[in-house]
Design a protein around this ligand. Structure first.
Ligand code: ZN
Length: 472
């Protein structure tokens, strides 16, 4: 698998080089755009403002869960920064989000080998009784093993799943393991469990748990749900391997309140010729509460704000409008629908979009929408990003980011700038998501890729919708 992938990539690079050697004169329509994109790319590679932005956001605001007072400070920060950077228009879009507040979270093995465990409640989890929930555990090393159990088989037990996610450069292991966190409590409750824990969806071996959202079956019983640190998942495997009953006591005390107001902040660079045509880039401003949200998603906020600044620093605005959107509730999946609703009347004028939400690593690949038929444009864009180490994907983008899912479903094409996420899930959603995990030079490379991409799509008349829907 990995050998095939590597060989395919080498061939693609070789073909790309061959094209760039022979097709220069035939792609003259985009030679000027390619050159301009190359200038922005090289400028970013020498240094951008991205690291300074994420340093500022993580230091001056820190953790900023959707709708919280800190999230409002983050939106104030974003408005002030957009204005200071010279964006043409700054707007704030508000929408309601659920109000879930983390409480105490502790766990311990009480029988047969009393020991402390390190856990964190999953976002949206209900509480245990204030004095805790004590029950014998049933441990499954694979999620499918739990799903194979009949209803009633976990009556009165705490179900624990210790399946590991696979470390992968593109984050595919997290995608495959997501259901263990998202659906695990609902599935355990269906089988009679009174509590649910999973091995954190993290690739690290630190004794810190990783949080994240989950959902209950609306018709089912709601049971408390928490993530164990990786070493504690190992510890419970060792205990249960001894075939003696193991009892765990867990206490999680999150609370629910009236809905809060989340805020998405939009910084606009108004197009010089076709201002009604919109290119959307951005990241999400909200974070989980356990850390300062440097990689998730201070990095994406910084990369795209800095990309806008690079475009603003040019002598003229691009032909089309660029909107840098900082979504206000990605972690609880609420910002995308609110954004699509707010812009429903102008979806047809949204030319293309892409979200940066995979940390501060280098951009390795760029995938364009399936509807693009202008190969000369794709080749010119490929030549503009290749010198920064970015390979043009030969297959179309599958998604443009969580916050663009709904507007993509309504017809806006999406692109994908795929970063190196090899280490991303070591820190994601855990107390370790802090600024020291970000390298300024990697962020600058990402800004270089995003700048070349954004300028070329905004300073052209290229259509990304499939031709039959592109007719006006
Ligand atoms: Zn994120």
């Amino acid at each position: 698998m990995s050998l095939t992938f590597t060989r395919g990539s080498v061939i693609a690079v070789a073909m790309g080089l061959a094209l760039s050697g022979t097709a220069q004169s035939q792609t003259a329509p985009y030679a000027a755009q390619q050159a301009a994109a190359g200038q922005l790319r090289d400028k970013a590679l020498k240094g951008s403002i991205a690291f300074e932005l994420v340093e500022s956001l993580t230091t001056e605001v820190g953790a900023r869960p959707a709708g919280s007072a800190a999230a409002h400070r983050a939106s104030d920060w974003a408005v002030a920064r957009f204005k200071a950077l010279g964006y043409d228009k700054v707007t704030v879009e508000t929408f309601p989000v659920p109000n879930w507040q983390r409480g105490i979270e502790t766990a311990e093995v009480t029988v047969p080998y009393p020991q402390k465990l390190f856990i964190t409640a999953l976002g949206g989890s209900v509480a245990t009784p204030p004095l805790g929930l004590s029950a014998q555990v049933v441990l499954f090393k694979r999620f499918d093993d739990m799903l194979a159990q009949p209803e009633g088989s976990l009556n009165g037990k705490i179900a624990i799943v210790t399946e590991r996610i696979v470390r992968a450069q593109d984050g595919g292991g997290y995608g495959a393991g997501y259901r263990i966190r998202g659906l695990g409590a609902a599935e355990a409750a269906k089988r009679g469990a009174v509590g649910y824990m999973l091995r954190s969806l993290g690739t690290d071996s630190h004794r810190v748990p990783h949080t994240g959202s989950m959902t209950y079956d609306p018709a089912g019983t709601k049971i408390p749900a928490a993530a164990l640190s990786n070493p504690d998942a190992d510890l419970l495997e060792h205990m249960t391997d001894r075939a003696v009953p193991v009892t765990v006591k867990m206490i999680v005390t999150p609370t629910f309140g009236p809905d809060l107001e989340a805020r998405t902040v939009v910084g606009e660079i108004t197009g010089r010729e076709k201002p009604e045509e919109i290119v959307v880039i951005g990241g999400h401003l909200d974070s989980w509460d356990l850390a300062t949200g440097a990689i998730d998603d201070g990095a994406g906020v910084a990369i795209t704000m800095a990309t806008g600044k690079q475009i603003l620093d040019r002598a003229e605005r691009p032909r089309r409008t660029v909107r840098v959107v900082l979504w206000g509730a990605e972690e609880i999946f609420k910002a995308g629908a609110a954004f699509a609703k707010a812009h429903a009347s102008e979806v047809d004028r949204h030319i293309i979009g892409s979200e940066s939400d995979f940390g501060g690593g280098k951009v390795l690949k760029l995938a364009l929408p399936a509807g693009l038929t202008d190969r000369a444009f794709a080749e010119a864009l490929g030549r503009a990003v290749t010198p920064a180490g970015v390979l043009m994907e030969r297959t179309p983008a599958l998604g443009g980011g969580e916050d663009l899912m709904e507007i993509n479903a309504m017809g806006m094409p999406v692109a994908s700038l795929r970063q190196d996420g090899m280490d991303y899930f070591d820190w994601h959603h855990s107390p370790d998501d802090t600024l020291d995990k970000i390298k300024a030079t990697d962020l600058d490379q990402a800004v270089a890729a995003w700048s070349a991409f954004t300028l070329m799509v905004a300073d052209s008349a290229v259509e990304f919708r499939a031709p039959k829907t592109a007719a006006k």
